[in-house]
Design a protein around this ligand. Structure first.
Ligand code: SF4
Length: 688
């Protein structure tokens, strides 16, 4: 190799965008990121990546990175040294705890940070401060899926691997814009369609790319998936088409569940969902005609008032038809952020320790109390949603948020940012001066994935390691180091030399990860949890039992009652989601000129019918108003949406965000905001 090439470093890393968890070598020279090179042995992606993984790295070297700790002085921030910043944070947290009690503090971990960092955030909250008020952004997206799976099959994760989705004879996707949100996974489905005629049925409000490619595409009315799922399941049972052998052997509560389906007749489902009886029967026939069915779902299911129940209905259908415990079958809630799975897995949740062991379980709590020499409350803490409420009620005084632009991504922005203003003390740890950070008293500069070591867990429960390619910019530090340094200021010497030590501690404490260690995760090696002490991992989650006492799964009876509709005043419905090119609120992708050039502006999709009715043309400017707030945008007329349904991307660089429109309604079982249920009215600002 020439001298020039010799100075190029290649470092294995994991994509920091979506939950597919693509891995690749990143080529760097000094601080320049030259390219990424996926490898044949990349478990989730082989030699593929999407535009974000390939070009989405400019944010690392962005001029806008925060490089020094900042403390608020009146209306601006002044740069300070780390010691001063951390001493100040420690002092203020301690004062507030002493005055108001431990439960007046709240901690929000980041699903963009590593597993080790999630572990430390909950350790800080529980050991150092003695509160279970710790949560993460899965509360905004996939908590309902986790809930639905816990109720029925016992683990909150995908039943198999992406390979299993590719191997299924039939794939159903519900409320998932897979081609744009999980591009590499979508290409696996496209390939299976081509290679062996995998059947693809897509259910969504909007005819996105996968809707166009599907064998059958269905548009049930917003928030009604639970009804068609239950009606199809009922029809299957009424015809005697259920998998009796599987149910006898592996499933409890069949009779009780069957009873509960009485309401879900084809007539009822037709009325509620808008899908015809014939279509419902065809769906049922197709499902029972295949041997291997995998169902994938995402925010179009979860971000509803009945998000947990709808996820449960998916799992019920899979159980009744025997589509668990074999390759090519199962339930696949597609995780959004790269580490949204891992952040929950590693314990940043108000009710769970790492590995989903309950804080209310005395034995489990004792194990942690002994290891950490502390006392931990037995009551679950507050989730994100409850924390915001508690701030408004005056019961939560201080918040520490890592890597989450809560002020943009939480529903009802005005309500959330009003809460920030009421805090006594607010710490934000991030790469950039985000909308949320603007409200902080202290901002701590963190380092992104390329500047640190750690592990991420993708949607397949696959734990993957990344290596450090660059030094942290300026004075920024990896989150694990910042949390460790802060704990030290509070009198807790944790003594970690590297994230590997943190992983070892959590593997010793959490049985789900017993055999996880860095030497088993070298380079492209990976482990899918649960991992036994001897290092055996579990690509197929349910092999010889379900994780309940008698080893059997449970059918969970459901009802359907929805308190949401458009009204005379708010007569339109807004749906929202991702575009391929940008990620989430866009703090990372908008810093990439290559990406920004392709997708510069936010837009609001309007159906041709509605555009005609209101007399607006392509490019018109409109204002949408809900009971929570308002947002403006430019009209794009398309038949991807129909009738009175509108669509807005989530990603709009902080301007006129859809979350000014979302309100406080939540999934009743998980407190996940019902982002997808917004009724609005439209005012025309410019007809064009
Ligand atoms: Fe990254 Fe997801 Fe794209 Fe893979 S599919 S490169 S993980 S954003």
């Amino acid at each position: 190799a020439s001298m020039r090439e010799e100075r190029i470093e290649k470092t294995k890393t994991v994509c920091t965008y979506c939950g597919v968890g693509c891995t690749f070598d990143v080529w760097t020279k000094d601080r320049k990121i030259l390219k990424v090179e996926p490898q044949q042995e990349s478990p989730a992606n082989g030699i593929s990546t999407c535009i974000k993984g390939k070009f989405g790295w400019d944010y690392v070297n962005s001029e806008e990175r925060i490089t020094k700790p900042l403390i608020r002085k009146d209306d601006s921030f002044v740069e300070v040294e780390w010691d001063d910043a951390l001493n100040y944070v420690a002092k203020r947290f301690t004062e507030i705890k002493d005055r108001e009690g431990a439960d007046s503090l709240g901690f929000i971990a980041s699903s963009k940070a590593t597993n080790e960092e999630s572990y430390l955030m909950q350790k800080l909250s529980r050991q150092v401060f003695g509160t279970n008020n710790v949560d993460n952004c899965s509360r905004y997206c996939q908590s309902p899926a986790t809930k639905g799976l816990f109720r029925t099959v016992g683990h909150g994760g995908d039943s198999g691997s992406i390979d299993d989705i590719a191997e299924a004879e039939m794939v159903i996707t519900i409320g998932s814009n897979t081609a744009e949100s999980h591009p590499v996974l979508a290409s696996r489905i496209k390939r299976s369609q081509k290679l062996f005629g995998q059947k693809l049925y897509v259910f969504d409000l909007r005819k996105h790319e996968m809707g166009q490619r599907a064998d059958r595409f269905f548009q049930p009315k917003s928030g009604t998936d639970l009804v068609w799922l239950s009606a199809v399941t009922k029809y299957i049972i009424d015809q005697g088409w259920e998998n009796k052998e599987f149910i006898n052997k592996w499933v409890n509560d069949f009779e009780e569940y069957k009873e509960s389906l009485n309401k879900f007749t084809l007539e009822y489902a037709e009325e509620i969902t808008g899908l015809s009886k014939d279509n419902l029967i065809d769906i049922a026939k197709q499902i029972v005609s295949v041997d291997k069915l995998a169902i994938c779902w995402a925010m179009g299911v979860t971000q509803h008032q009945l998000g947990s129940d709808t996820s449960t209905a998916i799992s019920n259908l899979l159980l009744v038809t025997g589509n668990y415990m074999r390759n090519g079958t199962g339930a696949y809630p597609l995780r959004g952020h790269n580490n949204v799975q891992g952040c929950s897995d590693y314990g940043s949740m108000p009710n769970f320790f790492p590995g989903y062991e309950k804080v209310s379980d005395d034995d489990v709590r004792k194990r942690y109390e002994e290891a950490w020499d502390c006392e931990i409350p037995s009551e679950p803490g507050k989730d994100n949603h409850m924390m915001v409420e508690a701030i408004h009620e005056g019961n939560l005084k201080s918040l520490y948020v890592i890597g989450e632009d809560t002020g943009i991504v939480d529903a009802n922005i005005n309500y959330v940012t009003d809460a920030f203003k009421k805090l006594d003390f607010f710490v934000v740890q991030d790469l950039f001066l985000t909308e949320t950070a603007k409200y902080a008293d202290v901002i701590l500069p963190a380092a992104p994935s390329l500047e640190k070591e750690g592990t991420f867990t993708n949607t397949e429960r696959r734990i993957q390691r990344m290596y450090k390619a660059l030094d942290p910019v300026g004075d920024s530090r990896p989150d694990w180091q910042i949390i460790t340094d802060l704990a030290a200021k509070l009198g807790y010497e944790w003594d970690y030399d590297s994230p590997s030590d943190i992983m070892d501690e959590s593997s010793a404490l959490a049985p789900l990860f017993a055999g996880v260690s860095y030497d088993r995760l070298e380079n492209y090696d990976s482990l899918q949890w649960p991992v036994d002490e001897d290092g055996t991992d579990t690509p197929l989650l349910y092999k010889d039992k379900f994780p309940f006492d008698d080893g059997k799964a449970k059918l969970f009876p459901l009802d359907y009652e929805l308190e949401y509709d458009t009204t005379e005043k708010f007569d339109l419905h807004v749906n929202n989601g991702r575009v391929l090119e940008h990620f989430h609120e866009g703090n990372m992708t908008y810093k990439s000129p290559a990406i920004n050039h392709k997708m510069p502006n936010a837009f609001i999709e309007v159906s041709p019918e509605l555009a005609k009715e209101r007399g607006i043309e392509e490019g018109a400017k409109i204002r949408l108003t809900s009971d929570a707030g308002e947002a403006t945008g430019v009209v794009h007329i398309t038949d991807r949406v129909r009738g009175k349904e509108l669509y807005m991307p989530l990603n709009d660089n902080g301007k006129s965000a859809v979350n000014y429109l979302t309100d406080n309604s939540v999934d009743k079982d998980s407190n996940t905001p019902a982002y997808k249920e917004i009724a609005v009215k439209m005012d025309i600002l410019e007809k064009r």
